[in-house]
Write a protein that binds this ligand. Structure first.
Ligand code: BAL
Ligand code: ZN
Length: 860
């Protein structure tokens, strides 16, 4: 498969001004009839090129040009394209084709999702519905008619406004939808089915009333409360923070039970994976519930950053995703705790994106080439992309950022844009040069800052030397220096701020900054608020880190100082010094600190981060050993703080309402359950019965799952009983049973593979459903005792799943091939076993391009 390259972008040969679609839904197939008003694109240099439409996985029935039906010899049909040579420069092309939604296991295009039909078109799913120039720089107005059996499909939805509906012969009915906004075909959506609905209203700041509707499978409408509240908050917040108002009369969300993404921002008709939108405190965990607000906000914000202004091509995904993740993070921070949101964001970035940036498929936030675009919906494009946007805000300030964003929307509304367009709007609105900054869009890898300092007491001058470097990544041996903000403060010996916040603007490989009038030798608080997505090295003493942990005015650096100390003691095997334990005790008992922040401060860096710290030291990872090192620190800490942990647990457990799931309650619950999990390491006999009582008695799902986790980790008999009881209670509720699968796949003991194999045959599991696969195989792939079992059995198992899943859903299969991209990071034995699994996959003849790309690049 050839690489598709950004450098070879050409404008579309034909544009499509209007699209009329007619869906005739029948039991055995759906006939799609289109009428495309086409015209040659004046911006295309290919003056005489034919009309080439993308299309796959459907049966072509008829093609007409300006009313004349074409004979088979008038066009060329391949398994990927329909080429029509004899087309006028402007005219109407009409096509009929048949879809088979029930057979569509790839979940791209039109497919059956349990009892309903729905669509997923980003990135290239529309071509599976009908023949079309399937690229985001072709924007059209859509009118969509849907016909179906009224009993089986009482609800018929598409983008925009409902303009007509009525009955048809034979118990059938129809609906016609019109979207007044031009859009690329990847934002097209259709849903048909028997659905429950919850409705509400929102009054925009200009006084327009918008109808809000959330649709679910029958019986789940009572689980929409968080999503509806989040939607209204998001709509208000985007008006207030960024001046963006909603533009249609109706905004619809549909929750579906088969979905490859978390959700999709189709214009006016968002389609959500039900796991990201439906749940109550008794059916979903706090982590799920926190996601509802985040993802509902994210998809809603796309209405401007994605739909009104979209991407020119699929290399620019970060243009809409990086920006929308940034907007989502700001929203979640404003709705809850900005400080906690920043800690969460950075810890996800370090856990997921940093390894990706150091792996065999490392790519810039705007990749220069790809084989399967679905492989590039990555943490780099999304999360690092959001960090790049955040750096612009840090460089130009919040007001400057707002001016730049206003200019971007003003210039590009209704158009397909590029990352250059975005950065140019920011630069023009603020009269600054962001030319060098564009390197963030072109260079992969996590930059490293090596910082040293000296203080001259006589002149009261403090000098910082900052060197930046960026490791080689595939295809990029050397890197040019980045333009980035380094936010810092200087603390006195007691942790007081001597200078306030400063932002240094780095541009060169090595730079010297002299800060005058510093009264005493400072402790530098570097990279405040994580002002750039880098790894920073500075030779802190433990005592300095303890001062930062206890006193820094920057919440991020307080937390990060604790993380540095945890990582150091975990990896070195040193005993936890009393001073560190005392500092953590102070955090735990602080009456003024939010419980959620306490929980995050007491949480050790994850296994991934500890592994990366080893790589940074030039060592290789033994994931089982890393897990044990982490456990040792938890046990020591729990032993030293037993009294305080029990007191905290009991105090929160006594006062926390099981039904409360707002940000404060979620923080309290996370601290409570962290206390219990830590205590379980030190006092398993005392904790296990408490956990068992919670699993069977609690109504709150977060508590149930946290305690099930504890039992599975420790007490086989209690765990077996609790798991059986749980399965009996929730047998008919797949999204809850996913948690049951996940808890077992996460069991950090040798032998977990055998349990997971058995669960693959359990009725709660299905290889056809991405959520089931994520719950079992996805969790297993992150389990050191599972995936990384020393005998290679975990690698062979996951490779086997990849092979089987690839025949059903290539996009999902590629996701589980990705953990192999990091084989070079592990010890020699594991390296060999991972390569062996990769080579076995590579030898298969019938791999999809999605999996083939990952496997080839992993071995490359
Ligand atoms: N556009 C794909 C799903 C999302 O990022 O919103
Ligand atoms: Zn998005």
């Amino acid at each position: 498969q050839a690489e598709i390259r950004l450098a070879e972008y050409k404008p579309p040969v034909f544009l499509v001004d209007t699209v009329e679609l007619d869906f005739d839904i029948r039991d055995d197939r759906t006939r799609v009839s289109s009428r495309l008003a086409i015209r040659r694109n004046p911006e295309s240099a290919e003056r005489n090129a034919p009309l080439v439409l993308n299309g796959q996985g459907q049966k072509l029935v008829a093609v007409r040009v300006d009313g004349r039906e074409l004979a088979a010899g008038d066009y060329v049909l391949t398994d990927k394209t329909l080429t029509i040579r004899a087309v006028p420069d402007e005219g109407v092309v009409a096509i009929e084709s048949d879809n088979d939604p029930a057979a569509n296991t790839a979940l791209m295009g039109l497919y059956a999702a349990g009892p309903m039909l729905c669509t997923q078109c980003e990135a290239e799913g529309f071509r599976r519905i009908t023949y079309f120039p399937d690229r985001p720089d072709v924007q059209s107005r859509y009118r969509v008619a849907i016909h179906a059996d009224e009993d089986r499909y009482p609800v018929l939805l598409a983008n925009g406004n409902l303009v007509e509906n009525g009955k048809e012969a034979g118990g059938r009915h129809y609906a016609v939808w019109e979207d007044p906004f031009r859009k690329p075909c990847y934002l097209f959506a259709l849903v048909a089915g028997r659905l429950d609905k919850v409705a509400d209203r929102f009054l925009t700041r200009s006084g327009r009333e918008v109808l809000l509707e959330i649709y679910t499978e029958p019986g789940r409408s009572s689980e929409t409360g968080f999503a509806m509240a989040a939607l209204k908050k998001a709509m208000r917040w985007d008006e207030e923070r960024f001046g963006r108002e909603y533009d249609l009369d109706r905004f619809m969300i549909v929750a579906v039970s088969f979905f490859n993404f978390g959700a999709m921002e189709n214009k006016g008709l968002n389609i959500f994976n039900d796991a990201r939108v439906l749940g109550r405190a008794d059916t979903a965990t706090d982590a799920d519930i926190a996601f509802f607000e985040r993802v509902v906000g994210h998809e809603y914000f796309h209405n401007w950053s994605g739909d009104r202004v979209t991407c020119r091509d699929w290399f620019q995904i970060t243009l809409k995703e990086g920006l929308t993740v940034f907007r989502e993070q700001e929203f979640v921070g404003d709705m809850n705790s900005p400080a906690q949101e920043r800690l969460r964001t950075v810890s996800v970035l370090r856990r997921v994106q940093f390894p990706e940036d150091a792996g065999a498929m490392a790519h810039p936030i705007r990749p220069a080439s790809y084989q399967a675009v679905e492989n590039f919906y990555t943490a780099t494009v999304y999360s690092k992309g959001a960090e790049v946007i955040r750096m612009i805000q840090t460089l130009v300030g919040r007001e400057g950022f707002r001016k730049g964003l206003d200019l971007y929307f003003e210039r590009h509304d209704g158009h397909s844009a590029t990352c250059e367009d975005f950065v140019r709007a920011m630069a023009d609105a603020n009269a600054i040069d962001l030319g060098q900054f564009m390197r963030w869009y072109a260079q992969a890898g996590t930059p490293v800052l090596d910082v040293t300092s000296r203080y001259d007491a006589d002149s009261r001058a403090y000098t910082l030397e900052v060197e930046q470097r960026c490791p080689a990544t595939p295809g990029q041996d050397t890197k040019e220096p980045f333009h980035m903000p380094l936010r810092l403060g200087l603390l006195d010996a007691r942790g007081g701020d001597m200078k306030g916040d400063m932002v240094l603007k780095l541009r060169r490989p090595r730079e010297t900054f002299v800060i005058e009038d510093v009264p005493e030798k400072p402790i530098p608080s570097l990279l405040r608020d994580f002002s750039a997505p880098v790894r920073l090295n500075y030779d802190y003493t433990d005592a300095e880190l303890l001062v930062i942990l206890a006193h820094d005015s920057d919440g991020f650096n307080r937390w990060d100082a604790g993380q540095k100390l945890f990582a150091k003691y975990a990896l070195s095997g040193e005993a936890l010094p009393d001073a560190f334990v005392t500092a953590l005790r102070t955090v735990l008992m602080d009456k003024d600190l939010e419980a959620g922040t306490k929980a995050m401060t007491l949480t050790l860096p994850g296994e991934e981060e500890l592994g990366l710290a080893l790589i940074a030291r030039g060592e290789r990872i033994d994931p089982v050993a890393v897990c044990e090192k982490r456990r040792r620190v938890i046990k020591a800490l729990a032993g030293a703080l037993s009294g305080e942990l029990w007191a905290t647990y009991r105090e929160i457990a006594a006062g926390l309402d099981e039904e409360a799931s707002d940000g404060v309650a979620r923080g309290q619950r996370s601290l409570k359950n962290l206390c219990l999990a830590y205590l379980h390491r030190a006092e398993p006999g005392k904790v296990a019965p408490v956990a068992a009582r919670v699993v069977s008695g609690a109504r709150n799902m977060t508590d149930k799952i946290a305690c099930l986790d504890i039992l599975v980790d420790g007490d086989a008999a209690l765990a077996a009983r609790a798991l059986a009881e749980f399965a009996e209670t929730f047998a008919g509720q797949p999204s809850i049973m996913d948690k049951w699968l996940g808890v077992q796949a996460a069991e950090r003991h040798a032998g977990v593979l055998e349990k997971v194999r058995r669960l693959m045959a359990h009725k709660a599991f299905s290889l056809n459903n991405p959520n089931r696969v994520a719950a079992l195989v996805g969790v297993f792939a992150g389990n050191p005792f599972g995936f990384h079992a020393e005998d290679g059995s975990g690698y062979r198992f996951v490779a086997d799943v990849v092979e089987r899943l690839d025949r059903l859903n290539p996009q999902a299969a590629a996701r589980y091939a990705k953990p192999f991209l990091r084989w070079r990071d592990f010890d020699a034995g594991r390296q060999a076993l991972m390569q062996e699994a990769l080579r076995k996959l590579a030898a298969l003849e019938s791999l999809s391009i999605n999996v083939r790309e990952v496997v080839t690049k992993a071995l490359g």
